[in-house]
Design a protein around this ligand. Structure first.
Ligand code: SF4
Length: 223
């Protein structure tokens, strides 16, 4: 996989478990509010991290960390994502995918092979506005197919929307919520890009102990 970053520890990116986050490079959307341009625009890519180095880190932390979240960019653009998740699952981790929902065939494969325990899918806009908000034409059908797959999947699941008031209205949010079929739906305010640069999110940060889902300490996981 093209891996643009590794956050070695988080208490908030997998439900109830300390996790690492793997960030892949490349995205087929161009959301105007994107906070991860270093993972979207090829000219801003860093030298990719070695997949072997990332897997070696995860192997050493197995039992301290309990889960791995794969985010992006858009991780389902990586054709070897299933292979990567197979290896991570083989180490005993639970896994979560954060996706924009444009690759329903891969979602189907990952779910059918039990390679995921949790999924968070962004819904960028009501379907009629999808192209203008995501910056990508002709992917609404794929998003619709993914919505149905996620809704039916026996996973911990969540739909999410970034609420940029220059792009979406309250009525749009209500229309998106209606697409979610009762699945957990989270609306996040659109923060100024400079408030959350990727470099901050990918820094090996020990978060405040607002929640401690297991006996493992942050220090043990980072050792
Ligand atoms: S889908 Fe996510 S990573 Fe891709 S451009 Fe939109 S916000 Fe950025």
């Amino acid at each position: 996989m093209l891996i643009g970053g590794l956050q070695k520890f988080s208490l908030i990116d997998f439900p109830g478990k300390p996790c690492a986050i793997v960030f892949t490079q490349g995205c087929n959307f161009r959301c105007p509010y994107c906070h991860n341009p270093e993972l979207v625009y090829r000219e801003q890519f860093n030298e990719p991290l070695s997949e072997n180095v990332v897997l070696d880190f995860l192997q050493k932390r197995a039992g301290l960390l309990e889960a791995v979240t794969v985010s992006g960019g858009e991780a389902t653009l990586q054709p070897d994502l299933p292979d990567f998740l197979r290896m991570v699952k083989g180490m005993g981790y639970q896994t979560k995918l954060e996706t924009n929902g444009t690759n329903p065939a891969m979602l189907r494969e990952l779910i059918d092979e039990n390679l995921l325990d949790a999924i968070a899918m962004d819904i960028k806009a009501p379907l009629f506005k999808y192209a203008s908000v995501s910056g990508a034409a002709n992917l609404t059908g794929a998003v619709t197919a993914s919505l149905d797959i996620v809704k039916a999947a026996p996973l911990i699941k969540e739909f999410r929307t970034t609420f940029d008031k220059t792009l979406l209205s309250e009525e749009d949010i209500a229309a998106i919520r209606a697409l979610c079929g009762g699945v957990k739906y989270t609306v996040s305010p659109c923060l100024p890009v400079e408030k959350e640069p990727l470099t901050r999110r990918m820094t090996m940060t020990v978060l405040p102990r607002v929640e401690q889902p297991s006996a493992k300490t942050p220090e043990a996981c980072l050792a």
